[in-house]
Design a protein around this ligand. Structure first.
Ligand code: NDP
Length: 298
């Protein structure tokens, strides 16, 4: 099997390099790649890459993910998150290849308390969410074989993430206030990559299982409770903190304004995916504790 991976250095892309390796020959690109074009802003270059490498599977882990910056750069966000996936879909259709793509709970209105299901009405309310939805729709309209995996609150041991920021701030500052009215599920890039490889294997032999799925760890939390969990784990590992877990203050979204509006309800219902691919998704704490062990042992 020939696999083209785009966005190899992102949180998910990095883990996909590992999880896709056993599937066959993997060509992993980033925006700087020189032999093949891996820059999603270069639509002609991207099409040429797919035509030349002729993959059986394209995995697109590249995206314009700066949610706040997207508000002032809507064209750039749209190019990477909507136009480039449309090109990939067109080329996948021509080659009869499977296109795997990631999307977000930001395609929804973000209200209510019920975990979003795949068929729920979409209503993005920021530029990033709109651009990601446009990408989804382009892939679906192309008629190519595809897997679109909507996820939320992605973290990885590599690079910056919320948990690392909380650890640093709790060691530097005297107090820490964190948003407590946005609900979601921290989902590890490792889990996303492992499930992706499993789903690709399954869809290659059962093409009828292609389509749109929600993929996130089990359970739910808020950013504030997530922060407290991180600090509890750090404390248990012997890290000395100026702000202990119980000192983390709970604030509302209004108290922490950002250029892009954020959803209050990022919960995703993952029943469809678990059933289709015979999977049982772990509680979010399992992956976060593992990532913290990795960070704290360094
Ligand atoms: P990251 O921000 O960690 O990685 C995104 C990658 O895309 C980076 O490696 C970046 O490379 C690359 N990229 C950006 N612009 C271009 C471009 N023009 N050409 C080629 N590559 C480019 O994102 P994640 O790994 O967290 O996200 C993976 C997927 O999951 C994305 O589709 C995202 O929308 C989705 N998602 C992420 C969530 C999150 O919380 N992070 C939540 C929900 C969904 P470089 O750094 O070199 O620019």
């Amino acid at each position: 099997m020939r696999v083209l991976l785009l966005g190899r250095n992102g949180q998910v892309g990095w883990e996909l390099q590992r999880s896709l390796a056993p599937l066959g020959e993997v060509l992993a690109l980033n925006s700087q790649s020189t032999d093949y074009c891996g820059d999603l802003r270069d639509l002609n270059g991207l099409a040429a890459t797919v035509q030349r490498f002729a993959p059986d599977v394209i995995v697109n882990a590249a995206a314009y993910t700066s949610v706040d910056k997207a508000e002032s750069e809507p064209q750039q966000a749209r190019r990477v998150n909507a136009e480039a996936p449309a090109v990939l879909a067109l080329e996948a259709k021509r080659l009869n290849a499977l296109l795997v793509h990631y999307s977000t709970d930001y395609v929804f209105a973000g209200d209510g308390e019920t975990p979003w299901q795949e068929a729920d009405p979409v209503a993005p309310f920021n530029v990033y969410g709109s651009s990601k939805l446009e990408g989804e729709l382009a892939i679906q309209a192309s008629g190519c074989a595809h897997l679109i995996l909507r996820t939320s609150w992605v973290y990885a041991a590599r690079g910056n993430n919320f948990a690392k920021t909380m650890l640093r701030l709790a060691q530097e500052r005297d107090s820490l206030n964190v948003i407590d009215d946005q609900f979601g599920v921290p989902t590890g890039a490792e889990l996303l990559a492992d499930v992706t490889a499993h789903a690709i294997r399954t869809v290659m032999s059962q093409p009828e299982l292609g389509g749109l799925y929600h993929l996130a760890a089990a359970g739910e939390t808020t950013w504030c409770r997530y922060a407290r969990f991180v600090l509890e784990q750090a404390q248990a590992a012997g890290v000395s903190l100026k702000v202990s877990p119980e000192m983390v203050g709970a604030i509302t979204t209004e108290a922490y304004p950002t250029p892009a509006k954020r959803p209050n309800n990022s919960r995703l219902n993952t029943q469809k995916l678990q059933k289709a691919f015979a999977l049982s998704l772990p509680e979010w704490q399992v992956g976060v504790a593992r990532m913290l062990t990795e960070i704290l042992e360094k």
